[in-house]
Design a protein around this ligand. Structure first.
Ligand SMILES: Nc1ncnc2[nH]cnc12
Ligand SMILES: [Zn+2]
Length: 332
Protein backbone atom coordinates (compact mmCIF):
# COMPACT_ATOMS: atom_id res chain seq x y z
CA UNK A 1 0.00 0.00 0.00
CA UNK A 2 1.06 3.60 -0.47
CA UNK A 3 1.77 5.00 3.00
CA UNK A 4 3.78 7.39 5.14
CA UNK A 5 6.35 6.65 7.82
CA UNK A 6 6.29 9.06 10.76
CA UNK A 7 8.66 7.52 13.31
CA UNK A 8 12.11 6.68 12.01
CA UNK A 9 15.44 7.48 13.62
CA UNK A 10 17.97 7.89 10.84
CA UNK A 11 20.82 6.65 13.08
CA UNK A 12 18.70 3.54 13.59
CA UNK A 13 18.81 2.78 9.87
CA UNK A 14 22.54 2.04 9.65
CA UNK A 15 23.16 -1.45 8.35
CA UNK A 16 25.83 -3.58 10.07
CA UNK A 17 27.77 -3.56 6.78
CA UNK A 18 27.71 0.23 6.56
CA UNK A 19 28.73 0.42 10.23
CA UNK A 20 31.77 -1.73 9.45
CA UNK A 21 32.70 0.13 6.28
CA UNK A 22 32.47 3.55 7.95
CA UNK A 23 34.36 2.33 11.03
CA UNK A 24 37.22 1.26 8.79
CA UNK A 25 37.14 4.45 6.71
CA UNK A 26 37.01 6.73 9.76
CA UNK A 27 39.35 4.64 11.97
CA UNK A 28 36.73 3.99 14.63
CA UNK A 29 37.30 0.90 16.74
CA UNK A 30 34.19 -1.26 17.20
CA UNK A 31 34.05 -4.17 19.65
CA UNK A 32 33.11 -6.61 16.84
CA UNK A 33 35.19 -8.48 14.31
CA UNK A 34 32.47 -9.41 11.82
CA UNK A 35 29.05 -8.30 10.60
CA UNK A 36 27.71 -11.52 12.16
CA UNK A 37 29.07 -10.46 15.53
CA UNK A 38 27.24 -7.13 15.25
CA UNK A 39 23.99 -8.88 14.41
CA UNK A 40 24.47 -11.32 17.29
CA UNK A 41 24.82 -8.34 19.66
CA UNK A 42 21.33 -7.12 18.75
CA UNK A 43 19.66 -8.90 21.67
CA UNK A 44 18.08 -6.29 23.90
CA UNK A 45 16.49 -6.55 27.32
CA UNK A 46 15.06 -3.01 27.44
CA UNK A 47 15.38 0.43 25.86
CA UNK A 48 18.67 1.30 27.59
CA UNK A 49 20.41 -1.90 26.47
CA UNK A 50 19.53 -0.92 22.90
CA UNK A 51 20.52 2.73 23.27
CA UNK A 52 24.01 1.78 24.49
CA UNK A 53 24.63 -0.06 21.21
CA UNK A 54 22.83 2.51 19.11
CA UNK A 55 25.05 5.39 20.27
CA UNK A 56 28.13 3.25 19.77
CA UNK A 57 26.97 2.43 16.22
CA UNK A 58 26.33 6.10 15.47
CA UNK A 59 29.93 6.97 16.37
CA UNK A 60 31.13 5.74 12.96
CA UNK A 61 29.31 8.66 11.28
CA UNK A 62 31.69 11.56 10.82
CA UNK A 63 31.54 13.37 7.48
CA UNK A 64 28.75 15.06 5.56
CA UNK A 65 28.99 12.25 3.00
CA UNK A 66 28.50 9.62 5.77
CA UNK A 67 25.20 11.26 6.75
CA UNK A 68 24.26 11.47 3.08
CA UNK A 69 24.99 7.77 2.48
CA UNK A 70 23.04 6.68 5.57
CA UNK A 71 20.00 8.76 4.61
CA UNK A 72 20.15 7.78 0.95
CA UNK A 73 20.18 4.10 1.91
CA UNK A 74 17.00 4.61 3.97
CA UNK A 75 15.35 6.54 1.09
CA UNK A 76 15.91 3.53 -1.18
CA UNK A 77 14.04 1.42 1.36
CA UNK A 78 11.19 3.95 1.25
CA UNK A 79 11.00 3.49 -2.49
CA UNK A 80 11.02 -0.32 -2.10
CA UNK A 81 8.27 -0.22 0.56
CA UNK A 82 5.99 2.22 -1.29
CA UNK A 83 6.48 4.94 1.33
CA UNK A 84 5.37 8.12 -0.42
CA UNK A 85 6.10 10.42 2.49
CA UNK A 86 8.56 10.07 5.39
CA UNK A 87 9.17 12.18 8.48
CA UNK A 88 12.62 11.23 9.64
CA UNK A 89 14.14 12.09 13.01
CA UNK A 90 17.71 13.07 13.61
CA UNK A 91 19.44 13.44 16.98
CA UNK A 92 22.11 16.13 16.52
CA UNK A 93 23.41 15.80 20.10
CA UNK A 94 24.53 12.21 19.42
CA UNK A 95 27.06 13.76 17.05
CA UNK A 96 27.73 17.27 18.43
CA UNK A 97 28.61 15.67 21.81
CA UNK A 98 31.58 14.01 20.08
CA UNK A 99 32.69 17.07 18.13
CA UNK A 100 30.80 16.71 14.82
CA UNK A 101 29.28 20.03 13.68
CA UNK A 102 25.50 20.39 13.66
CA UNK A 103 25.75 21.65 10.08
CA UNK A 104 27.62 18.52 8.94
CA UNK A 105 24.84 16.29 10.25
CA UNK A 106 21.92 18.22 8.82
CA UNK A 107 23.56 19.06 5.46
CA UNK A 108 24.29 15.44 4.57
CA UNK A 109 20.86 14.30 5.73
CA UNK A 110 19.00 16.99 3.79
CA UNK A 111 21.08 16.54 0.64
CA UNK A 112 20.05 12.88 0.46
CA UNK A 113 16.38 13.70 1.13
CA UNK A 114 16.40 16.34 -1.61
CA UNK A 115 17.99 13.87 -4.04
CA UNK A 116 15.32 11.29 -3.22
CA UNK A 117 12.61 13.88 -3.75
CA UNK A 118 14.07 14.83 -7.11
CA UNK A 119 14.94 11.31 -8.32
CA UNK A 120 11.85 9.36 -7.26
CA UNK A 121 9.42 11.85 -5.80
CA UNK A 122 9.84 10.96 -2.12
CA UNK A 123 8.07 13.55 0.03
CA UNK A 124 9.73 14.26 3.37
CA UNK A 125 9.77 16.33 6.55
CA UNK A 126 12.59 16.52 9.06
CA UNK A 127 12.21 16.23 12.85
CA UNK A 128 14.94 17.20 15.29
CA UNK A 129 14.90 15.21 18.54
CA UNK A 130 16.46 16.32 21.83
CA UNK A 131 18.16 13.56 23.81
CA UNK A 132 16.29 13.47 27.11
CA UNK A 133 19.17 11.91 29.11
CA UNK A 134 21.09 15.16 28.49
CA UNK A 135 20.38 18.49 30.21
CA UNK A 136 17.77 21.11 29.43
CA UNK A 137 20.66 23.47 28.73
CA UNK A 138 22.05 21.13 26.07
CA UNK A 139 18.59 21.01 24.46
CA UNK A 140 18.46 24.83 24.53
CA UNK A 141 21.85 25.02 22.78
CA UNK A 142 20.69 22.49 20.19
CA UNK A 143 17.56 24.53 19.50
CA UNK A 144 19.77 27.61 18.96
CA UNK A 145 21.93 25.67 16.45
CA UNK A 146 18.76 24.61 14.64
CA UNK A 147 17.27 28.08 14.20
CA UNK A 148 19.29 28.97 11.05
CA UNK A 149 17.85 25.75 9.57
CA UNK A 150 14.30 26.37 10.78
CA UNK A 151 12.86 26.42 7.26
CA UNK A 152 14.09 22.85 6.73
CA UNK A 153 12.93 21.44 10.08
CA UNK A 154 9.24 20.84 10.64
CA UNK A 155 9.07 19.40 14.13
CA UNK A 156 10.95 19.05 17.39
CA UNK A 157 10.79 15.78 19.30
CA UNK A 158 12.18 14.10 22.41
CA UNK A 159 13.82 10.67 22.54
CA UNK A 160 16.43 8.47 24.29
CA UNK A 161 16.14 7.06 27.86
CA UNK A 162 12.56 7.66 28.94
CA UNK A 163 12.53 6.43 32.53
CA UNK A 164 13.63 9.14 35.00
CA UNK A 165 13.59 11.78 32.25
CA UNK A 166 9.96 12.95 32.19
CA UNK A 167 8.71 15.47 29.63
CA UNK A 168 8.44 18.13 32.37
CA UNK A 169 12.27 18.37 32.38
CA UNK A 170 11.99 20.04 28.94
CA UNK A 171 8.90 22.20 29.38
CA UNK A 172 10.71 25.51 28.81
CA UNK A 173 12.71 24.50 25.74
CA UNK A 174 9.58 23.08 24.10
CA UNK A 175 7.72 26.34 24.84
CA UNK A 176 10.48 28.12 22.92
CA UNK A 177 10.30 25.60 20.06
CA UNK A 178 6.52 26.10 19.84
CA UNK A 179 6.96 29.87 19.79
CA UNK A 180 9.37 29.42 16.86
CA UNK A 181 6.58 27.66 14.99
CA UNK A 182 7.76 24.04 15.13
CA UNK A 183 5.34 21.15 15.46
CA UNK A 184 5.90 19.25 18.71
CA UNK A 185 6.33 15.51 19.22
CA UNK A 186 7.68 13.42 22.10
CA UNK A 187 8.44 9.78 22.79
CA UNK A 188 6.14 8.98 25.71
CA UNK A 189 4.59 5.84 27.11
CA UNK A 190 7.10 3.53 25.42
CA UNK A 191 8.56 2.35 28.75
CA UNK A 192 7.36 5.30 30.81
CA UNK A 193 3.99 5.50 32.61
CA UNK A 194 0.79 7.08 31.25
CA UNK A 195 1.63 10.17 33.36
CA UNK A 196 4.51 10.90 30.96
CA UNK A 197 1.99 10.96 28.09
CA UNK A 198 -0.18 13.39 30.06
CA UNK A 199 2.90 15.57 30.64
CA UNK A 200 3.76 15.49 26.92
CA UNK A 201 0.20 16.62 26.15
CA UNK A 202 -0.31 19.17 28.92
CA UNK A 203 3.21 20.59 29.39
CA UNK A 204 4.90 20.16 26.01
CA UNK A 205 1.59 20.52 24.10
CA UNK A 206 2.49 17.84 21.58
CA UNK A 207 0.86 17.46 18.19
CA UNK A 208 1.75 13.77 18.13
CA UNK A 209 3.10 11.08 20.47
CA UNK A 210 5.86 8.63 19.52
CA UNK A 211 4.90 5.14 20.81
CA UNK A 212 2.28 5.93 23.49
CA UNK A 213 1.34 2.26 23.89
CA UNK A 214 1.12 2.55 27.70
CA UNK A 215 -1.80 4.98 27.30
CA UNK A 216 -3.86 1.82 27.39
CA UNK A 217 -3.41 1.65 31.19
CA UNK A 218 -5.33 4.91 31.77
CA UNK A 219 -8.97 5.01 30.58
CA UNK A 220 -9.18 8.82 30.92
CA UNK A 221 -6.09 9.18 28.72
CA UNK A 222 -7.52 6.79 26.13
CA UNK A 223 -10.68 8.92 26.07
CA UNK A 224 -8.60 12.08 25.65
CA UNK A 225 -6.58 10.61 22.74
CA UNK A 226 -9.82 9.61 21.02
CA UNK A 227 -11.52 12.95 21.61
CA UNK A 228 -8.57 15.01 20.40
CA UNK A 229 -7.38 12.51 17.80
CA UNK A 230 -3.77 12.90 18.94
CA UNK A 231 -1.84 10.44 16.75
CA UNK A 232 0.36 7.68 18.18
CA UNK A 233 3.27 6.49 16.03
CA UNK A 234 3.41 2.85 17.09
CA UNK A 235 6.43 0.63 16.31
CA UNK A 236 5.42 -3.04 16.67
CA UNK A 237 8.75 -4.82 15.99
CA UNK A 238 10.58 -2.28 18.14
CA UNK A 239 8.23 -2.89 21.07
CA UNK A 240 8.87 -6.63 20.94
CA UNK A 241 12.64 -6.31 20.48
CA UNK A 242 12.83 -3.92 23.47
CA UNK A 243 10.66 -6.25 25.58
CA UNK A 244 7.74 -3.82 25.98
CA UNK A 245 5.70 -6.88 24.90
CA UNK A 246 6.76 -10.50 25.16
CA UNK A 247 5.48 -11.17 21.65
CA UNK A 248 3.55 -9.43 18.90
CA UNK A 249 0.30 -11.23 19.70
CA UNK A 250 0.22 -9.30 22.97
CA UNK A 251 0.55 -5.92 21.27
CA UNK A 252 -2.35 -3.51 21.77
CA UNK A 253 -2.22 -1.79 18.36
CA UNK A 254 -5.45 -3.31 17.04
CA UNK A 255 -7.21 -2.76 20.35
CA UNK A 256 -6.33 0.95 20.12
CA UNK A 257 -7.24 1.09 16.43
CA UNK A 258 -10.63 -0.44 17.31
CA UNK A 259 -11.13 2.28 19.92
CA UNK A 260 -10.64 4.89 17.20
CA UNK A 261 -7.29 6.12 18.48
CA UNK A 262 -5.30 7.49 15.53
CA UNK A 263 -2.52 4.87 15.53
CA UNK A 264 0.06 4.43 12.78
CA UNK A 265 2.66 1.73 12.04
CA UNK A 266 6.36 2.65 11.92
CA UNK A 267 9.78 1.00 12.03
CA UNK A 268 11.63 3.17 14.64
CA UNK A 269 15.16 1.76 14.12
CA UNK A 270 14.79 -0.73 11.28
CA UNK A 271 18.29 -2.20 11.12
CA UNK A 272 18.33 -2.85 14.87
CA UNK A 273 14.80 -4.24 15.22
CA UNK A 274 14.64 -6.65 12.31
CA UNK A 275 12.69 -4.80 9.69
CA UNK A 276 11.60 -1.79 7.70
CA UNK A 277 8.02 -0.58 7.45
CA UNK A 278 6.62 -3.37 5.27
CA UNK A 279 8.24 -5.92 7.58
CA UNK A 280 6.27 -4.36 10.44
CA UNK A 281 3.02 -4.69 8.46
CA UNK A 282 3.84 -8.29 7.48
CA UNK A 283 4.67 -9.20 11.08
CA UNK A 284 1.32 -7.75 12.21
CA UNK A 285 -0.47 -9.70 9.50
CA UNK A 286 1.24 -12.90 10.75
CA UNK A 287 0.43 -12.26 14.40
CA UNK A 288 -3.16 -11.06 13.97
CA UNK A 289 -6.06 -11.72 11.65
CA UNK A 290 -5.53 -8.21 10.18
CA UNK A 291 -8.38 -7.32 7.85
CA UNK A 292 -8.01 -5.30 4.69
CA UNK A 293 -10.02 -2.53 6.32
CA UNK A 294 -7.61 -2.39 9.27
CA UNK A 295 -4.61 -2.25 6.95
CA UNK A 296 -6.20 0.57 4.97
CA UNK A 297 -7.09 2.43 8.17
CA UNK A 298 -3.45 2.24 9.30
CA UNK A 299 -2.20 3.56 5.96
CA UNK A 300 -4.91 6.25 5.97
CA UNK A 301 -3.86 7.32 9.49
CA UNK A 302 -0.23 7.56 8.38
CA UNK A 303 -1.19 10.38 6.01
CA UNK A 304 -3.72 12.14 8.23
CA UNK A 305 -1.28 12.09 11.20
CA UNK A 306 1.55 13.57 9.12
CA UNK A 307 2.62 17.22 9.05
CA UNK A 308 1.95 17.76 5.33
CA UNK A 309 -0.65 20.23 4.07
CA UNK A 310 -4.32 19.24 3.74
CA UNK A 311 -3.93 19.42 -0.01
CA UNK A 312 -0.99 16.98 0.05
CA UNK A 313 -2.97 14.69 2.36
CA UNK A 314 -5.84 14.58 -0.13
CA UNK A 315 -3.39 13.82 -2.94
CA UNK A 316 -1.83 10.87 -1.09
CA UNK A 317 -5.18 9.56 0.20
CA UNK A 318 -6.42 9.50 -3.38
CA UNK A 319 -3.39 7.37 -4.30
CA UNK A 320 -4.25 4.99 -1.47
CA UNK A 321 -7.87 4.71 -2.64
CA UNK A 322 -6.81 4.06 -6.25
CA UNK A 323 -4.37 1.40 -5.08
CA UNK A 324 -7.04 -0.43 -3.08
CA UNK A 325 -9.55 -0.24 -5.95
CA UNK A 326 -7.03 -1.71 -8.37
CA UNK A 327 -5.99 -4.39 -5.89
CA UNK A 328 -9.58 -5.46 -5.28
CA UNK A 329 -10.41 -5.43 -9.01
CA UNK A 330 -7.47 -7.83 -9.61
CA UNK A 331 -8.56 -10.12 -6.77
CA UNK A 332 -12.06 -10.58 -8.25
N1 LIG B 1 12.76 3.49 20.51
C1 LIG B 1 13.41 4.56 20.95
N2 LIG B 1 13.06 5.13 22.11
C2 LIG B 1 13.72 6.19 22.58
N3 LIG B 1 14.76 6.74 21.95
C3 LIG B 1 15.16 6.20 20.81
N4 LIG B 1 16.15 6.53 19.97
C4 LIG B 1 16.14 5.67 18.96
N5 LIG B 1 15.16 4.77 19.11
C5 LIG B 1 14.52 5.09 20.25
ZN1 LIG C 1 11.67 6.11 18.44
Amino acid sequence: MPKAELHLHIDGAISPQMMFDLAEKNSVILPYKTVEEVEAAYEFSDLQSFLDLYYQGASVLQTEQDFYDLTWDYCLHCQADNILHTEISFDPQTHTERGIAFDTVISGTLRALKDAEQKFGLSYKLMLNFLRHLSEESAQQTLQSALPWAEQITSIGLDSSELDHPPRKFERVFAKARAEGFKIVAHAGEEGPPDYIWQAIQLLKVDRIDHGVRADEDPALVEYLIQHQIPLTVCPLSNVRLCVYENLQQHNIFKMLGQNIRVTVNSDDPTYFGGYLNDNFFALADAFPMTQLQAIQLAHNSFTASFISDQQKQFFLQKLISYVEQFNAKEK
